[in-house]
Each structure stands twice: as C-alpha cells, then as structure tokens.
Design a binder for this molecule. Structure first.
Ligand code: GLA
Length: 666
C-alpha cells in the first residue's frame, strides 16, 4: 500500500548539495507546491559513512526532523547505489569489468560488481545502520532501496562474476550434461568438460552461443535481485511495517532486468519514466509504460518515482516540455494507475553531472514556468485524492516477456531490424488511439479476465506459456499472434516442423520459410495496404486467409490468417502491416472479440479509466490542437474543477486534461 492519503507528490530531494539555510526555503516551497513525500539519502553514502563503520547521521537527522515538522514524509533511501571512494581504495576488486575486459574506475555512481562480496557486506552494513537509526523516525514512511538497480552496472564480466555465474548455472542445471544439452554445445566445439571452463560471454571473435547469452542475462537480473532482497531483509528486520520499494525503469532504453521476477518482492512497485526527445508521440510511451507497471504491480496502484519537469541531460539533444506537457504527462501516469507522482529532482543542481537536468525548482527559481506548473500540479493532484486506490479495467491483454525480448534481440537473427519494443508499440499504438484499455501479462498468466490476448513477436516461449495462450483460445477467447512467435523454446532452440512453432496448430498455419524484408522494402497487400520488415511463406492448415501479398516473391501467400480453434478464434499476423492497415485489423479483431473502448473520443484525445469502489474515474487528455466534446454520464462531476457536468458531455480544450467521476458502470 502506498503510504499517505490521496495521491503522493514529490521528488528526489538532495539537500546535502546545499547549505542548510536553503533547506528552510526548500520545505517552505514544498508546502507551497503541495509536496507530500520526498526521496532522501539516495546518494548520501559518502557523507553518512565517512570511513568504514564510522557514521555521521547529524545531517540526515536534521533533514528528517525538518521534513517531519513540515508534514512532509520521507521515502528514505539506502544509499547503496554510490559507494564512496574509500570503499574502492580498500576493495579495488569490487570495481566492475566490462565485456571487453576493461576495468572501470570509481568517480561516478553505481560502478561496482554486483557479485562482489565486499560490496554486499558494505552495502548491507550501511543499509542496516540507516534502518536501525531511522526505523522509528516519524517522517519515514517508505524505504527506497538502492536506486535503479542495473542502470549502469547490469553486467560485470570479472572473475568474481564468472564464479557467481557458474554457481547460478550449477543450481539451474545440476550437471554439465544438462547444460551442454541446453546450450547446444556440440556446435562449434563448445562442449564443456569442467564447470571452471565456463566464463561470462565476454567479447569473442565470432557470435557467442545464444543460450549462453540468454542464461547470462537471466543470471545478471537474478544477481541484482539477490542484492535487493538482502537489503530488503535488513530493512524488514529493523522496521517490519515500513513498505519497501525500488525504482524500476520500464523504459525504451533499459531491458536488463526481468521485472516479472522482481515485482513480487516489492511492497510498492515504483517506476521511473523519461521521455525520448525524438519520440513525436511520447504520450503513447507513457501510457504503455504505465500499463506495464500497473500490470507488474498485479493491477494495484503504483508509484511514479521519477520523471522530469522539463529536459533531461542524458540524450544527444534534451528537449524541454511544451506548454501543458508537464501536467498532461503527470496526469497520464495517474490515469494508468499511479498513486504517487514524483520527479527527479526537487531543486536543480548547480554542480555535478546532472547540473543541466530539469527539476521542480529550476535554476531560474520560482519566477519560472516550471515552478508555476509544479504548484498547479500539486493542486490538481490534491483534487484527485479520491482516485487513490482505484484500478484498471482491461479486457485486452498484451503478452510481455523479458526472456522473449532478450532472445529476439540476440545477434544472428533472420533480421536485426525486428526489435521487441517496436513490435509491442506498433500493436499498442492503435489500441491506445482507439481508447482500448490494455493490461500486460506473462505468457503463463491467468487469462480468465480477458476476451482478447495479443502476442506480438513472442519469439521465445516455453511449452507451459504456449499451452496457456492456446488453451485460452480453445476455451473461447481470441488470440492474435504476431510474426516470429513461438519459434524457440526456453533454451532458444528452434521448434522443428515449421513456424510459428508452438502456435502452428492453434493458428492453423504452417510456414516453411521466412522472408524478412530489407530496410525500405515493402510489399502490397490485398485490400490495399502495404507490409514491411517481415514476411513468411505461410501455408493454410485449417485457417482462412484474411489478407494476402499481391506483390513480391510471396504474391498470393497469406499475410494475415484467421482460424477457429476450439470454441475461440486465433489470428496470425505474419508480417508488419502499415500502421493504418494494422489499426484496421486490430479494430476488426477486437470488434469480433466484443472489446469496447473505454470511451469513443476524437483523434488525439486519450481516454483511460480507473475503477473505484463506488465510482469510475475517466481521464480525458487532449493531446491535439482542437477542443473536443465527449459524452459522459449525466451524473458526472469534473474533479479538477469540482464542477458538475450538466449536459451529459464535457468539453476538453486543446492540451487540457479533464477527470470525470461517474457512477460505477457494471
Ligand atoms: C535516473 C536516476 C536519477 C537521475 C535521473 C536523471 O532516473 O535515478 O538519479 O540520474 O535518472 O534523469
């Protein structure tokens, strides 16, 4: 449960970067902005523990007292993402080594080997010291464990990591024969006779073994997870009733952790989300990320631990937000289930590597657009207090799996142009535009709540996952599968007899050869659209052809098929249709499956629904440049203005957000 009342509001607070008189201005302004909770101490290790085992808590004591006196809660961090210089001088072996064998130096942050025993000991020591000192401090309402695990050090290729990797493999395979079988090591003379022969997939002359790489990614995710769990145990022992979180990065540029394995270990699931400056429709990325995080949280509310008020500082060109974008972004996360909205960071830094990163209180001070927006957002979030605790309502599930993503993007694939997130987004986009509520699920999830399940490019899937998806269709559901799915098992071994392997029977098709398309190449489809990226020579084995190629080497071959499987329906989308064609197809698929939009809205107006115990909350976000009129219940109230909607419809000006409370629908 997210601490506090209403929607939490705040950001990372790093007062140690400022003289103490500034702190008083900080809390005064926090109150002015309606800030309710800040994350403190994330990068304070060097100040909290000036030398091994010697602590100086005086500054943190004063910070927490000051926050508490001002009614602001603390999400207190264990500072373990940034070990101090003295630690590395004592333990140079804890510095990580990259894939090319290059040893890294300290001098930034998160530059440690995740398998280092010295790091683990030091991290647990400072975590315990912090936990024991502050377990009973009234300001502390949540633990912020570490920071963005794996952001900079998801992989370390040193000898210590190699030994830990071997330990992980021994636990998984028990004997070398099983490992050799799973990895297919008869290929290229890779057979292992001794556990000690196995090393991380370091830079090598040709393509490394795919299963070796896949197990390495699984190991790296688990290795960091074990660090998280160890810290969490320390915190639980000291303060059993304070919930623990760590900030995920469900973002386009991070794929190192299998968050399905992590999420159950968190008391509160939280996420950091930043916009990609070059994405012209980053509102879709926000929605996708929010739906995925809510799904990781088991449908329960989650905490947006970080996003930005304006530009970040780590992209080639860092775009500022346009008028109204700060508000739309924050409320869009709330619309997808966030009950806490926070930023990196409270006060813009004047020194250090992030001096050009935006903040709630910019360099320019309070006479600034960002500050005015931050204060206004605080009022908006206050007005949305009753939304807290409400959940999503999707009847469509999109299958998301980190193992499938890792395997699909291994080298030496039929086409390196096929990227997992691109595939997910290309299917998600038309659903977003149509106002269809979506959850994300693991392949082996309970699917009974859904009418329609979509599996874009689920390249790797194990037998249990595939059986779960196909039995969903057999029992009356609708399953739509994207190209290059079901191709390999959990060891990344190809399923023989034709593609798409695990789904062939349920889809009523059989492909004997893949025909990926070159960059820029497209082929025509019956019905008028075009397709790019991928094609296959699909033969019907029970299914009907919905669309076929009308040009190119596969002229006459089915591109999209439909099949009756058991009492349900299956679709195979064996290519990448152009966006309009894919949108029309998904519209037909979801129409036949009986899936209705949350609300029909004009183009550019996002609609998302949260369901409370007594009411529905409809979020309408106008990303377009025209005022929109949308039908709502005659009983509706607009929460941000507290106005009763009288005419059964509401006007949403361009760039604006409207949140409607309606009587709960069935
Ligand atoms: C991450 C980190 C923060 C900060 C921001 C900058 O999310 O967690 O400490 O570096 O990036 O965008």
């Amino acid at each position: 449960m997210i601490p506090g009342h209403g929607i939490a509001y705040g950001g990372d607070y790093n007062p140690e970067q400022w003289p103490e008189e500034v702190w008083h201005e900080d809390v005064r302004l926090m109150r002015e902005a309606g800030v309710t909770m800040v994350s403190v101490g994330i990068f304070s290790w060097a100040l909290l523990e000036p030398a091994e085992g010697e602590y100086d808590f005086s500054r943190m004591d004063r910070i927490l007292d000051l926050l508490h006196e001002n009614g602001i809660a603390a999400d207190l961090a264990t500072p373990t993402a940034a070990p101090p210089a003295w630690f590395f001088r004592a333990h140079p072996e804890a510095l990580p080594v990259d894939r090319d064998g290059r040893g890294l130096s300290y001098g930034s942050r998160q530059t440690f080997c995740p398998s280092s025993p010295a790091y683990r000991t030091a991290a647990l020591r400072i975590a315990r010291a912090v936990a024991e000192r502050y377990a009973d401090h009234p300001a502390v309402e949540m633990w912020h464990v570490h920071n963005e695990y794996g952001c900079h050090n998801a992989e370390c290729y040193c000898e210590v990591s190699a030994e830990a990797f071997r330990g992980w493999l021994r636990a998984k395979y028990e004997n070398l024969a099983a490992l050799n079988e799973a990895w297919g090591t008869t290929f290229w003379s890779q057979w292992y006779y001794d556990w000690d022969e196995i090393i991380p997939p370091r830079a090598t002359g040709a393509v490394p073994n795919p299963t070796h790489q896949l197990d390495w990614r699984r190991f790296c995710s688990d290795e960091l997870l074990s660090l998280y769990k160890a810290e969490r145990e320390v915190l639980r022992t000291a303060a059993p009733s304070i919930p623990a979180t760590t900030n995920f990065m469900v973002m386009y540029n991070f794929d190192a952790l299998d968050y399905w394995r992590w999420a159950p270990e968190l008391d509160v699931v939280s996420n950091d989300h930043y916009l990609r400056s070059t994405d012209p429709e980053s509102q879709i990325d926000i929605a996708l990320s929010g739906d995925l995080v809510r799904s990781l949280a088991g449908g329960r509310p989650w905490f947006l631990m970080e996003h930005s008020t304006g530009a970040v500082n780590w992209q080639p060109v860092n775009r500022a937000k346009t008028a109204g974008e700060l508000r739309r972004n924050a409320l869009a996360h709330v619309a997808r289930g966030a009950d806490g909205i926070a930023y990196f960071q409270w006060r813009a830094a004047k020194a250090g590597a992030e001096q050009w990163h935006s903040a709630m209180l910019p360099h320019a001070g309070t006479d600034s657009q960002i500050w005015r927006d931050v204060v206004a957002l605080g009022a908006d979030l206050k007005a949305l207090a009753e939304v807290r605790g409400s959940t999503g309502t999707a009847s469509v599930a999109v299958v998301w799996d980190w193992n499938a993503r890792w395997a699909l993007e291994l080298p030496s694939q039929p086409s390196e142009q096929v990227r997992y997130l691109d595939q997910i987004r290309s299917w998600y986009e038309p659903l977003w535009r149509a106002g269809i509520a979506v959850d994300f699920v693991r392949p082996d999830a309970d699917l009974s709540a859904y009418r329609l399940v979509l599996a874009p490019s689920l390249y790797l899937v194990d037998e249990a996952g595939a059986a779960n998806l196909t039995s969903f269709a057999e029992a009356g559901g609708t399953l739509a599968v994207g190209f290059h799915s079901g191709a390999v098992d959990e060891n990344s071994h190809v399923r023989l007899g034709g593609y798409p392997g695990a789904f062939r029977h349920a889809l009523g098709v059989r492909t004997d050869e893949l025909f990926p398309l070159l960059p820029g190449e497209s082929v025509e489809l019956s019905g008028g659209g075009t397709a790019s990226l991928w094609s296959e020579r699909v033969a019907l084995a029970g299914a009907e052809a919905v669309t076929s190629y009308t040009s190119g080497p596969l002229t006459g071959v089915p591109a999209v098929t439909r099949h009756t499987h058991g009492t349900g329906t299956t679709w195979y989308v064996a290519t990448q249709p152009d966006p309009a064609t894919l949108a029309a197809l998904l519209d037909r698929i979801r129409g036949e499956a009986g899936v209705e939009p949350v609300r029909v809205t004009p183009e550019g107006v996002e609609a998302a629904l949260r369901r409370g115990e007594d009411a529905d909350y409809l979020f309408l976000i106008n990303h377009g440049d025209r005022e929109a009129e949308i039908e709502v219940s005659a009983e509706a109230t607009e929460l941000l203005t507290a106005k009763r909607v009288l005419e059964g419809s509401v006007h949403v000006p361009p760039g604006d957000v409207v949140v409607i409370r309606e009587p709960r629908s069935a």
